[in-house]
Each structure stands twice: as structure tokens, then as C-alpha cells.
Design a protein around this ligand. Structure first.
Ligand code: G3P
Length: 217
């Protein structure tokens, strides 16, 4: 499973990237707002830092304007994936931009049929939002499973990018189903390392080590 980090916070990306945990980055208008940075500047910095795809989202809602914004974002760097919302206009823009050879991430996906359309329009990534479905008492993981089944039935090459991941269990479940990629905030990625038995075991080992009176260095 590829790990994308869902943030426009350069320092957070750098820390995870230095550990080899970053296969790509996803941003959106809300994350750009949170960063307080200019979209073109911060996206360029992220692209310079990370080797993998960096999703940058258009804000136009009409296909021609989406295409124009997508081309401008794609010109930032070779590893840009243009992020488009899953609307009819977004699908039109996806078809054009993917046809021009750009990576496209179709976002705000909430149904298997939407995912089917994105694959047919040539999307590189489809982003089903797990947490936001959980928020309305649906099971976001069912959507990941449905899309996996449909894409496998027809050998679609579009990669399932599990998004709106809020918990470590979301990561486990998405990995078990076979999502190609997951994108999560840095806090969730770091939380994957945590286990109370690890902490407890380490405490015991250190206490026993102190009793030996030995030193390694
Ligand atoms: O990757 C999509 C993500 O940024 C949305 O997450 O938690 O706002 O639903 P959330």
C-alpha cells in the first residue's frame, strides 16, 4: 500500500519523507487555507521535496475553466496530479487532462458508480472519502470494498486512493481490502507506530537493563 500524506505542511511532510513514509502528497483548498501559504509556492516546494505524485486541486466548477486551472497546476512540476471533483464537469476535465498525459486524481467520491465513471474517464486515482461517509452513519469501508470489486472485475487501472482517513483502523481496513493508496494526516501516520504493549515492554526492558549496571556505549 502506498502512503500519501494529506497536508500542505512542509515540515510535517519533510519529517515523514525522511523516514521513507511518503509515496506522495494530497492537498485540497482547505489544507492550503490551513497552511497559510500561496498555492503555487507551497505546491512547488512540496513537489521539490517528494518524488511521488502531489495532488493539487482545481477550484473552477466548469469544465473548460477546470482544464485551464489543471494545466496551470500541472505546469508546477512533473509529479503533479491534478485533483478534480467528481462532477460531470470534473469528469469532462478528467478525460481531457488524462488524455494530455497528466495524472488526475478524482476526488469527493462517495459512490461505486461515481468511481466507475472516473475510471472510464481515465482517472489515475479515485479518492473515496471514508471518514465523511462514517460521519453520516454509513460505512466508508463498504465503498472501498465495492470499488475494489468493480475495478478488479474489469481490470481498470485507476488506483483506489482511500481518503478522509481519520483513524489507524481505517488504514488497516483499507489495506486489508486492497486500496492501492491511502492518504492520511501526519498524526494518523505517526499513530500507526503506537501500541501500549510496545511502551510497556520497553519500560520493562529498560528497568531490567538499569539493574545490570551495564552500558553499551
Ligand atoms: O483526503 C481528503 C481529506 O483531506 C478529507 O478529510 O477529514 O476533511 O474528511 P476530512
Amino acid at each position: 500500500m502506498k502512503f500519501f500524506v494529506d497536508t500542505a505542511d512542509i515540515e510535517a511532510i519533510r519529517e515523514l519523507n525522511d523516514l521513507g513514509m511518503v509515496d506522495g502528497v494530497t492537498t485540497n483548498p482547505s489544507l492550503i487555507l490551513k497552511s497559510g501559504r500561496d498555492i503555487l509556492e507551497v505546491t512547488k516546494e512540496i513537489c521539490d521535496l517528494v518524488d511521488g505524485p502531489v495532488s493539487a486541486e482545481v477550484v473552477a466548477t466548469e469544465a473548460d475553466a477546470m482544464i485551464a486551472e489543471g494545466r496551470k497546476l500541472a505546469a508546477i512540476a512533473e509529479n503533479i496530479a491534478v485533483k478534480l471533483p467528481l462532477t460531470w464537469d470534473g469528469l469532462k476535465a478528467c478525460k481531457v487532462l488524462s488524455g494530455e498525459g497528466f495524472m488526475v486524481n478524482v476526488t469527493l467520491c462517495f459512490s461505486p458508480n461515481q468511481a466507475l465513471l472516473a475510471a472510464k474517464a481515465g482517472a489515475t486515482f479515485i479518492s473515496p472519502f471514508i471518514g465523511r461517509l462514517d460521519d453520516i452513519n454509513l460505512d466508508g469501508m463498504d465503498l472501498i470494498a465495492d470499488i475494489r470489486e468493480i475495478y478488479d472485475n474489469y481490470d481498470f487501472g485507476t488506483q483506489i486512493l482511500a481518503a478522509s482517513i481519520r483513524t489507524v483502523n481505517h488504514v488497516t481496513e483499507a489495506a486489508k481490502i486492497g486500496a492501492d493508496v491511502m492518504t492520511a494526516p501526519p498524526s494518523v501516520i505517526k499513530a500507526l507506530a503506537k501500541h501500549p504493549l510496545t511502551d510497556k515492554g520497553l519500560e520493562q526492558f529498560l528497568a531490567d537493563w538499569a539493574k545490570t549496571g551495564q552500558k553499551i556505549l
